[in-house]
Each structure stands twice: as structure tokens, then as C-alpha cells.
Design a protein around this ligand. Sequence first.
Ligand SMILES: [Zn+2]
Length: 457
Amino acid sequence: MTALGRRRWCGNEFRARGARSGVEGAHVAVLLGFRLLKVRNLRKERCDVRPRSVWKMLLGVERAVVEDVRVELEAIVVSVRPKSREKHRCGVCGRRCAREDSGEGRRRWRALDLGTTHAYLEAEAPRVYCKRHRVVVAAVPWARHDSRFTVAFEDQCCWLAVNTSKKAVSQLMRVTWRTVGSICERVAEETIAQRDLLTGLKRIGIDDFSHRKGHRYLTVVVCHDTGRLIWAAPGRDRQTVEKFLDLLGKERCEQIELVSCDMAESIASAIAERCPDAIRCVDPFHVIALATDALDEIRREVWNQARREGQKQVAKDLKGARFALWKNPAGLSERQQHKLAHIQQTNKPLYRAYLISQQLREIYRVSYEQAIRLLDAWLAWARRCRLPPFVKLAKTITKQRPGIEAAIQHRLSNARIEQVNTQIRLITRRAYGFHTPKALIALAMLSLGGLCPPLPA
Ligand SMILES: [Zn+2]
């Protein structure tokens, strides 16, 4: 029998790339038991890569010197030190500073696992005196300030938090979901500081939604042109919107052309004051939502009346008709169509309310001139329909008419903002377990603001 020669098995990938250490195309074989490191540089046909360089590649460490490697219990601990020109830099601003003291001695940073084994970097963590930031722990090239994890570990964690499930990221990285939250906060903060997300904004959408029970809200700002989330903060009052406008600054506020928002007076007044050239458009989604609410109020009223009068079957039919009334007629199932036809025959006020609410949707589907005519007709119909919720809605729409017309005229594509809002709601549900809204905002910015770091390469 002939021998098949040496074979290779693909194991867990070690996050090491030749490009980082300058050894391109190097293949690393770590023999089990950590007895020996055997390295062969395929491109140069040489076998002289030093084990220390291999450790740097495996751990993705740059601008540092590997001093020693040891196995402790079930983890690999690699002692490192920053290269001399990286030493004694302020942890916040990175300026070179004078050494203050040795701080709390040696510290450990969790690195990406090596195969199935935990790995840590260990180094001195002296404190330095920075003129701006006073006494701070010195920066290290392999980790962010104030973090117990390496940069590669945090980047991978963020990538997984954005692209996979809560369970997958916690189990794969072997950290709690709460830790993932604080990692996201750190990475998002760093990326936002490096990139200016507020340049060249012309058409923005401001919206708010509840992220937790007990009236806890987030205000979000989305760019209509890129469809990206550009800012988010807890709260939904005038002060919150002003925080964003402060950040934008006077000059950039004046460049804003269109702002889509709901009908809240707080946002409208802040925008009118600070962005003099901006046209305020009332978000079509909010207008439709008001019509849906009015329709539902009538449905509930009719239902209660039927129950009071002991018409059990009518009450039952109405309860099941909720979705048929809400949905776009084109998307109705056969059963829902029957329900609607039944209502048309048996319940005139409710069917009238249904037609009025559907007619309002229509103004967003036709041309501007047609929409204006349709809106006039709609208002006249709603005012005299003898259905109090719609009479009230007609008043609101008359008051908000300039904003509604502007939204139709400028064809503000609401779909994009709606998509971002739907995704934020999904993220909100996933972010349950994060202890602050800051972590939720960070995850949303990483996912929807285009800030997610690539996988460490
Ligand atoms: Zn500093």
C-alpha cells in the first residue's frame, strides 16, 4: 500500500494574516500541545519566521513586542509591551506624555480565541500625565482606552452583533450580551469621533419611538439621500431636537432644505427657528396612522354598541374585521374581502369610515395637482361625515396642510425612513438586556449608520 503523504485538516481559523506582519502568504501550523511552532513561508520558500512574529500574527498585535508565552490553566497568556515609540501616550488623545506611576500594575486584555482556547495579552499599564486629560492610564496599541478586550476582539464582536443573533454572538465570543452592549458603545463612539456623519446634509427625517415601557423614547435622525441613521438620542422633546441642531452648527443648519417629521409642535418650532430655509414636510406615515386610529375608534364604538345590544354575531364579526379594515385593499385575502363586503351591507357608518380612510391614502399615490384636488374633496367629505373622529382629523389636517402638501410636492420617499424605523424597532427588541439606551443607540448606529467595523483581517 502506498502512503498518501502528509495531509492538512482545516481547523478553527486563527485570525492571523501575513499582510500585517509583513510575511505574506505565511502558513502557520501550531502543533497541538504547544510544543513547537513550525512556520513555512510559502512565497519565499524559507523556514525562518521567528516564533514571536507568529504570535503577533496569531493575535493580530501590531506595534508591540512579544516577550513571553505561557499556558495557564486553560488559557494562553502572551506577555507583550508596546514598542518604544508607542510608550507613554495619553489613553484619550494619544499625545506623548510623562510617566506618572505604574498604576495598578500588570493588566490583561482578552484577545480572540486561538482555536478553541482562550487567549489573553498581558502587559504593564502605567499611568501618564497629560496636560489636557490629567492622570490617565497610558494607551496601548492593541486595545481601546478603558477596555478589557483587544481591538480585534471588539471589532469581531461588533460585526457579529450587527450580523447575527444575540445568542450567536454571546456564545461564540464567550461574553455576556451586556458586555457586547458596552463593546458596541465603545466602538461606535470611536468611529463617530473619527467620521463626520453630519456633513452635506440636505434632506433629513426626524422621528421618535418608544424603546421601552414607561414612555421612554428615542429621537432618531435619518438622512433621506443615503437612507442612513445619522443621529439618535434618548428623549422626544424640543431639547432633544435642539441637541442635534447644536451639534449640526449654524452653518450646516442653514443648508438643510427639507425636514420630514410628525405633527408635533416641539419639532416644528425648533426647526422653524434654527433652519430658516428648511421646508417642513409632514411625514405621510403619521397622517395615515391618524386616519387608521380614527377608523379603529369607530370600529370599537360600533363593536361596543353591538355587545351592549346583545348582537353577539355582529360583535364577533367586527372583532375579526380589524385587519381587513387596516390593510391596503389590494393586499386583502379572500376571507378579508368577504368580511369587508359584509360590513358594507350591515354597517354603514363603519364602511363610510373605511372609505374615508382609504381615500386619504390615495392622495399619496397620485400627482401633486390631483392630490391637492383630492385633499380638498377629502376635507369637505370628512367635515360633514357625522363621524366625530374624522371630523376631528379633518381639523388637524387643515391645520397641518402646508406640511402635508410639501411632503406630496417633494415626493419625500418615506419608504426609506420606514425601513430604518422598522429595523430600529427590531434592534430595540434585540437590545433588551442592555443596561442603557446608549448601548441600544450604539448598536443602531453600527447597524444602520454604516459604522460597523469589518471583521479583523
Ligand atoms: Zn490626553
